[in-house]
Design a protein around this ligand. Structure first.
Ligand SMILES: [Zn+2]
Length: 189
């Protein structure tokens, strides 16, 4: 199976102290009552994008090279048409049809710190539109093989981008979603 899902090129990695500073500034400025660090990262609050996901369904392919590019995502195999759920609450920032990614969703979390990216979708849930608020667990689309995915192996290509200060949907630093997904699956049990 040949998959090339990389659809963009990130910026230089930011140092962790800068991220921490930015997160603290956000929290302090917007939501002063939020409790400490846990509230700052939506990754810690993720729920699985596919119902009934198990650890056996997850394999960390973030660092693998697919078609000459670092994959920077993980692929979750599932039958075509399987509902895909928003992993966090946030806003649908962009619905984009890309040559490699097919039907894609770029969802910003509430703090606009991370963008959650869902690709190769068979389609979007009826009524989904840009700027729409979604809650964690809402069905937003369906597993498929649009873009450059092998039609005989439908899957969800999923990753997370650290948006940085510019907060642009097409620009971000990929973050390995594997640890967050493992934690989400364990919490969902
Ligand atoms: Zn992929």
């Amino acid at each position: 199976m040949r998959i090339n899902c990389r659809t963009w090129f990130g910026r230089e990695p930011q140092s962790s102290w800068r991220n921490s500073l930015r997160l603290s500034t956000c929290v302090a400025g917007l939501l002063p009552v939020l409790l400490a660090a846990g509230a700052a990262s939506s990754i810690l609050e993720m729920s699985p994008p596919i119902s009934g996901l198990t650890l056996a369904n997850l394999r960390d392919s973030f660092e693998e090279v697919h078609n000459g590019h670092r994959h920077e995502a993980i692929d979750i195999q599932a039958p075509r048409g399987t509902p895909v759920h928003a992993v966090v609450s946030g806003t649908v920032r962009k619905l984009f049809l890309s040559k490699p990614g097919g039907n894609t969703i770029y969802e910003f979390d509430e703090m606009e710190v991370y963008c959650y990216y869902y690709a190769h979708l068979d389609g979007y849930v009826k009524g989904l539109h840009e700027g729409m608020r979604v809650e964690r667990g809402d069905v937003i689309g369906y597993v498929g093989s649009t873009g450059n995915a092998d039609p005989s192996a439908p899957h969800l290509h999923f990753t997370i981008f650290d948006l940085g200060p510019e907060k642009l949907w097409w620009k971000g630093e990929a973050v390995d979603p594997y640890p967050g997904l493992v934690a989400a699956v364990k919490r969902a049990k």
